[in-house]
Design a protein around this ligand. Structure first.
Ligand code: SAH
Length: 397
C-alpha cells in the first residue's frame, strides 16, 4: 500500500496553488514507512487527496510533487512529461538552430530534482533529489523511448545531493561514454562540450539568449569577457565583429576549449584579436584599473555567489565589488553587460547593487536592457523560484 502524508491544518495552501514542495514543518503525520524517494500520497488535514510526491526523509523539503493527478509514477509518466517538455522547446530549437539545449528543467518541467541537458545525441542527467534517484530506471527507460538514438550519461556530482541523503555519482546510464569532444550549435555558433569533465553538465546553456543579445553591443569594440568559461560570450563577440576580445577565467581547460572553439568557428583570432587569459578576475580588474587600461564593453558573468540565504550578504558585496571595478575600467559611454545566476538574489536587489556600484565607482550609469535565462529554462507559474538568472545592459558615463 502507498504510504501517505497528512498535512498540518492550513498547510495545504501552497499545494493547492500547485507549488510542488512539502516542507517537514507542514507535515502532521505519516502513514506507512516510506523509504528514500518512494512515492507517497499527500492529503490535506481534512483527508482530501492532493498529490503524488516523492519522499525525502533527510531534507527540509520532505516531499516533492510528481503529479497533482491520480496517476502512476512510472516510465509512462516520465514519457508524458518529457514529450511535453520537448514540445515546449520545439519552436526555440528551430528558431535558434539548437543541437544543445536543456530538455528538462526540474520543477519548471514538472520533474522535481531532475535536470537533463541534450548535447547532440548525448543526454546528460543530474538527479538532485531522493525521488529522482528512486525513479532512475523508469526515467532512463522513458528517455530511451523518447530518444532511441541517444546515449545517456549521469553527472550527479553535486554537493546538494548530501541534503537528500545521496552520494555523488557519475557514469554511463545507457549507450556509450561521451567522447571528450561533443560539438553543439546555437545561433550558428559551434561549441565544444566536454560532458564528462566540464562544469555542471558541460556547458552554460542558460546564457544563450543573453549571449545572442550581447552581439549588438560589440561591433568594432574592445571587449573584456570576464569569467569566460569555454568562450561563451567571447565567441558571440567575435561573430558580432568585436575589434578585440580578452577572455579571462581561472580554469585553464576551459580557456583551452575557448581557443579551440574560436578556431572551430574559423573566427579570425590572429594579431591577438582574441586573447585567452588565465587570471583571477577580482585581481585582473584591479590591475586594469590601477594601470588605467580601458575597455568599450565589459561582460561580467560570474559563478553563483550565493548558495544559501546565509551567503546572500557576502554575495551582495562580491557583486558590488566586481561591478564597481568593471565600471571603473569602462570608457565613457561604454557598455557593461552584467549577470547574476544566484536565484536568491532577486532582480530588484541586483538592480540596487548595480546602483550602489555606480555610486562607489563615481560613474553615471543607465540601465538600457534587461536579460533573463534562455527560453529552454522556463518558469512555471506555480514555481517562481524557477526564475534565477537575470542581467542588465548598462551604459556607463
Ligand atoms: N560566461 C560563461 C559561463 C561562466 S561560468 C558562458 O557563457 O559559458 C563561471 C566561470 O567563472 C567558470 O568558468 C569558472 O572557472 C570561472 N571563475 C570562477 N571564479 C573565478 C575567478 N575568481 N576568476 C576568474 N574566473 C573564475
Amino acid at each position: 500500500m502507498t504510504s501517505a502524508i497528512y498535512l498540518v491544518k492550513g498547510r495545504d495552501k501552497s499545494l493547492r496553488r500547485k507549488h510542488p514542495w512539502v516542507f517537514s514543518r507542514g507535515i502532521q503525520r505519516i502513514e506507512g514507512e516510506p523509504t528514500l524517494g518512494e512515492t507517497v500520497d499527500v492529503y490535506a488535514n481534512d483527508g482530501q487527496w492532493l498529490a503524488k510526491a516523492a519522499y525525502s526523509p533527510h531534507s527540509q523539503i520532505r516531499a516533492r510533487v510528481w503529479s497533482f493527478e491520480k496517476e502512476d509514477i512510472d516510465s509512462a509518466f516520465f514519457v508524458k512529461r518529457i514529450r511535453q517538455a520537448q514540445m515546449l522547446r520545439d519552436d526555440f530549437i528551430e528558431r535558434d538552430g539548437l543541437t544543445g539545449y536543456r530538455l528538462i528543467a526540474a520543477e519548471s518541467d514538472g520533474l522535481p530534482g531532475i535536470t537533463i541537458d541534450k548535447y547532440d545525441n548525448y543526454l546528460v542527467c543530474q538527479l538532485l533529489s531522493a525521488g529522482a534517484e528512486y525513479q532512475k530506471d523508469a526515467l532512463v527507460k522513458a528517455l530511451n523511448t523518447c530518444f532511441p538514438d541517444c546515449h545517456i550519461y549521469e553527472r550527479s556530482d553535486v554537493a546538494v545531493r548530501k541534503k537528500e541523503g545521496l552520494e555523488e555519482r557519475v557514469g554511463v546510464l545507457h549507450g556509450e561514454l561521451p567522447p571528450k569532444s561533443v560539438v553543439i550549435e546555437e545561433n550558428g555558433i559551434k561549441i565544444n562540450v566536454d560532458i564528462v569533465n566540464g562544469h555542471k553538465t558541460g556547458f552554460y546553456l542558460d546564457q544563450r539568449d543573453s549571449r545572442f543579445q550581447s552581439m549588438k553591443y560589440v561591433k568594432d569594440k574592445d571587449v573584456l569577457n570576464c569569467f569566460s568559461y569555454t568562450g561563451g560570450f567571447g565567441l558571440y563577440a567575435l561573430k558580432g565583429g568585436a575589434k578585440r576580445v580578452i577572455n579571462a577565467d581561472v580554469s585553464q581547460p576551459a580557456l583551452d576549449t575557448a581557443k579551440f572553439n574560436a578556431e572551430l568557428n574559423e573566427f579570425d583570432i590572429s594579431k591577438k584579436r582574441a586573447v585567452f587569459l588565465n587570471a583571477d578576475v577580482f585581481k585582473l580588474l584591479r590591475e586594469y584599473r590601477d594601470q588605467g587600461t580601458k575597455f568599450d564593453v565589459v561582460i561580467m558573468d560570474p559563478p553563483k555567489f550565493a548558495e544559501s540565504k546565509a551567503q546572500l550578504t557576502g554575495a551582495c558585496r562580491g557583486y558590488k565589488d566586481i561591478n564597481m571595478l568593471a565600471m571603473q575600467i569602462l570608457k565613457p559611454g561604454g557598455t557593461l553587460l552584467t549577470y547574476s545566476c544566484s536565484g536568491l538574489m532577486e532582480q530588484a536587489l541586483f538592480q540596487k547593487i548595480i546602483a550602489d556600484a555606480a555610486l562607489d565607482a563615481g560613474r553615471d550609469v543607465k540601465f538600457v536592457e534587461r536579460f533573463e535565462q534562455a527560453a529552454d529554462h522556463p518558469t512555471d507559474t506555480a514555481y517562481p523560484e524557477g526564475f534565477y538568472l537575470k542581467g542588465f545592459a548598462c551604459k556607463v558615463f
